[in-house]
Design a protein around this ligand. Structure first.
Ligand SMILES: C[S@@+](CC[C@H](N)C(=O)[O-])C[C@H]1O[C@@H](n2cnc3c(N)ncnc32)[C@H](O)[C@@H]1O
Length: 240
């Protein structure tokens, strides 16, 4: 397991297990994602990066659907299994999913794509475990939306501060400095991703959201950079 994965499994999870409830909760954006998942009459769902199961897997399970999922963090999986016995959650890596081909109607991954080392490996794996006629859904941070670059700018400033103090900490073998590199979020280059998906022969739709608290979703052309930069978050659906 590389450093990023070890960090996500053992350190980030300590923050996320409570933050999902106390800091984020069930947002309007989560409702939009759940509505999309429930648009068709599908029965079996698989969440990649399921976290502690709250709120999305739990919401779908409460609609009478069979829900299972994986997460790289044993702590989060333990919490998910304790809190939601109807959900089958196991420890696993998004880039190498331990499930047989064509097992689920819907395979989805929300709030997580920017933590993966290799997003395209993850998408291929999600596609593999999805049944023919099913859907793969992910949400993506759009790398060319101005707020993404603002937040990157902010992070860079924080990072610069950490760099100075980090140099001292490094001498003390303090791990915080190294973690600043590892946890850096990776927004997606949508145009590049679309080219990749086309090469693979995938049939994809990109939905753009201008505002996370506004349920309006627009089908967008991922090759049109001018149009694309208006959308903060992109929801990718691949039909199998
Ligand atoms: C921001 S949390 C989102 C969790 C959940 N989807 C939600 O909406 O609350 C990101 C999740 O991705 C998981 N994760 C990160 N890298 C992973 C990987 N390579 N394989 C599986 N899960 C991973 C983390 O452990 C964490 O639970």
């Amino acid at each position: 397991m590389n450093k990023r994965k070890k960090y996500m499994a053992n350190i980030y999870s300590k923050y996320w297990q409570d933050a999902r409830y106390t800091k984020y909760g069930f947002q309007q954006y989560d409702q939009i994602l759940c509505d999309l998942l429930l648009e068709n009459e599908y029965q079996s769902y698989f969440e990649v990066g399921i976290g502690n199961g709250y709120p999305i897997a739990d919401f779908i399970s409460n609609k009478g659907k069979a829900v299972s999922g994986i997460d790289i963090s044993p702590t989060l999986i333990e919490k998910c299994n304790n809190d939601f016995p109807n959900i089958r959650a196991t420890v696993g890596d998004a880039e190498l999913i331990n499930e047989t081909n064509e097992s689920f109607d819907v395979t989805y991954c929300f709030h997580s794509s920017w933590y993966f080392d290799n997003l395209t490996h993850c998408i291929e794996e999600m596609y593999r475990v999805t049944k023919k006629g099913g859907n793969v859904l992910l949400d993506l941070q759009n790398s060319i939306h101005p707020s993404t670059s603002v937040s990157i700018g902010k992070k860079l400033r924080i990072f610069a501060k950490q760099f100075i103090t980090g140099l001292k900490q490094l001498l003390d073998k303090n791990t915080k400095f190294r973690d600043a590199f590892i946890t850096y979020e990776k927004p997606t280059d949508i145009k590049y991703l679309n080219q990749y998906l086309s090469k693979q022969g995938y049939s994809a739709i990109f939905l753009g959201l201008k505002d996370l608290s506004d349920p309006t979703k627009e089908v967008i052309d991922p090759d049109d950079q001018n149009e694309l930069k208006n959308y903060i978050r992109i929801i990718l659906t691949i039909m199998k």
